[in-house]
Design a protein around this ligand. Structure first.
Ligand SMILES: CC(C)(COP(=O)(O)OP(=O)(O)OC[C@H]1O[C@@H](n2cnc3c(N)ncnc32)[C@H](O)[C@@H]1OP(=O)(O)O)[C@@H](O)C(=O)NCCC(=O)NCCS
Length: 169
C-alpha cells in the first residue's frame, strides 16, 4: 500500500452559526460543533483510506473560546497518524472575522476513526508521512494518545502502554 501525506486528507468545512445552533448565551452549542468536527474528520479519514471510516473515539476536545451567533466558523481536519486500521484525525477550529478576514483559533479536537469494509470489519489503511514541523509533532505524539485512549476504554493493559508510561518516568 502506498504512503500518503497529511495534506492529502485535508478537509475544510466553512459555515455560519445560525440561531437554531446556539445555546441560551447565543454562542454555538457544543454538540453542534462536535457534529461539524465529526463530519470533517469523517471526510478526512475517508480521503486518507478511501474506505468507509467510522468514529471509534473522541480523544480530546477543548472548547477554549465561545463562538457567537453569526460567526464564520472554519473546521479543518487532517489525518495526523495512521496505524494499522485506525487513523488519528486532528481538528483545528477557527473563527473568521467577517470584516478583516483575520482567523482566530477557537477550539481543537482529536478523533480516532477506523476504516472498515462493507461488513464493518476493520481494514488496513495506507501509512502516513508527515511533512511540516506541526505534522511531525502531532505524528510523534499520536501513539501515546492512542495508548491513553485504549487504556481508558479498557482495551489495553496500562502495563503495555510503554509510550505513555515513558511520559512519567
Ligand atoms: C470502531 C470499531 C470498528 C472497532 O472495532 P473492533 O472490533 O474494536 O476492532 P479492533 O479491536 O481490531 O480495533 C480496530 C482499531 O481501532 C482501534 N481502536 C479501537 N477502539 C479504540 C479507542 N477507544 N481508541 C483508540 N483506538 C481504538 C484499535 O486500536 C485498532 O487500531 P489499529 O488496527 O490501527 O491498531 C467498532 O468498535 C465499531 O464499529 N464501533 C462503532 C463505530 C460507530 O458506529 N461510530 C459512530 C458512533 S455512533
Amino acid at each position: 500500500m502506498t504512503s500518503k501525506h497529511p495534506s492529502e486528507s485535508l478537509t475544510v468545512l466553512t459555515d455560519l452559526v445560525l440561531p437554531s445552533e446556539t445555546n441560551p448565551l447565543n454562542n454555538l452549542f457544543g454538540g453542534e460543533l462536535l457534529a461539524r468536527m465529526d463530519r470533517a474528520a469523517s471526510i478526512a479519514a475517508g480521503r486518507h483510506s478511501r474506505r468507509i471510516a467510522v468514529t471509534a473515539s473522541v480523544n480530546h476536545v477543548a472548547f477554549n473560546k465561545a463562538i457567537p451567533l453569526g460567526s464564520v466558523v472554519i473546521v479543518e481536519a487532517k489525518v495526523s497518524r495512521a496505524f494499522k486500521t485506525s487513523m488519528e484525525i486532528y481538528i483545528d477550529v477557527w473563527v473568521e472575522d467577517r470584516k478583516s478576514g483575520i482567523r482566530t483559533k477557537a477550539n481543537e479536537a482529536i478523533y480516532t476513526f477506523v476504516a472498515v469494509d462493507e461488513m464493518g470489519k476493520p481494514v488496513e489503511v495506507p501509512h502516513i508521512i508527515p511533512e511540516t514541523e506541526l505534522e511531525i509533532q502531532r505524528y510523534d505524539a499520536a501513539l501515546r494518545r492512542k495508548q491513553l485512549s485504549l487504556v481508558l476504554a479498557g482495551k489495553m493493559n496500562p502495563h503495555d502502554a510503554t509510550e505513555l508510561k515513558a511520559l512519567f518516568v
